[in-house]
Design a protein. Structure first.
Length: 202
């Protein structure tokens, strides 16, 4: 079953000295290209949500759709809402541009758990939810829109509003998938650490 893929590539990040993490290089390849390549193995359409489309137009193929938020300035929830609302397929793999090791195998496994009545299945690793590597029903755009209209835009508000199930760490391990795909780059230090780790593994 094919999914829609949505990459949230918001813009310049304050904890990265204003750099857009989508353009960072890991293992000789910019993160956005890594994510698109991985998504193309299980998604028949890919949408990038950003508040600054111009730089992306120069580096992605024309068959990749680039959109902006409906609700400007509300962070990850506004990006999620835009991507889900315009998805062609019912099932959507949502991915943050700050995640350098996306896993299509993990997304496909999450999809097998997305039962009727659920809005999402979200990785749960070391006691923490990772909504930006989750698989969602596109109808979850509706409860997210309610949050945004109510002035809520946090990850905790999202997890309290939607009906979701945990994709537990043991569930991935049982299926031969290591949980490293949830790693993310939040700071310059994170980026340097991940670059060093990829150099060691070469």
């Amino acid at each position: 079953m094919m999914m829609s893929g949505v990459i949230l590539a918001g813009g310049n990040h304050p904890r990265m000295n204003g750099r857009n993490r989508a353009f960072l290089e890991v293992d000789g390849e910019i993160m956005l290209h890594r994510q698109i390549r991985e998504m193309q193995t299980c998604c028949s359409e890919i949408t990038i949500v950003t508040n600054d489309p111009q730089p992306l137009l120069r580096i992605v193929d024309r068959d990749i759709r680039i959109i902006t938020d409906y609700f400007i300035g509300h962070g990850l929830l506004s990006g999620m809402h835009a991507g889900l609302a315009l998805a062609r397929h019912r099932h959507v793999w949502l991915l943050g541009c700050h995640m350098p090791f996306p896993s299509a195998d993990a997304a496909k496994l999450l999809l097998t758990q997305l039962q009727e009545g659920l809005d999402a299945v979200i990785p749960w690793v070391k006691g923490k939810a990772y909504p930006l590597h989750g698989v969602y029903d596109r109808s979850s755009a509706e409860p997210i829109e309610k949050l945004l209209k109510g002035g809520y835009s946090s990850k905790s508000a999202l997890l309290n509003q939607i009906k979701w199930q945990r994709g537990s760490e043991w569930f991935f391990q049982e299926n031969g998938i290591q949980s490293g795909f949830v790693q993310s780059i939040q700071t310059e230090e994170d980026y340097e650490r991940i670059v060093r780790s990829t150099m060691k593994s070469c």
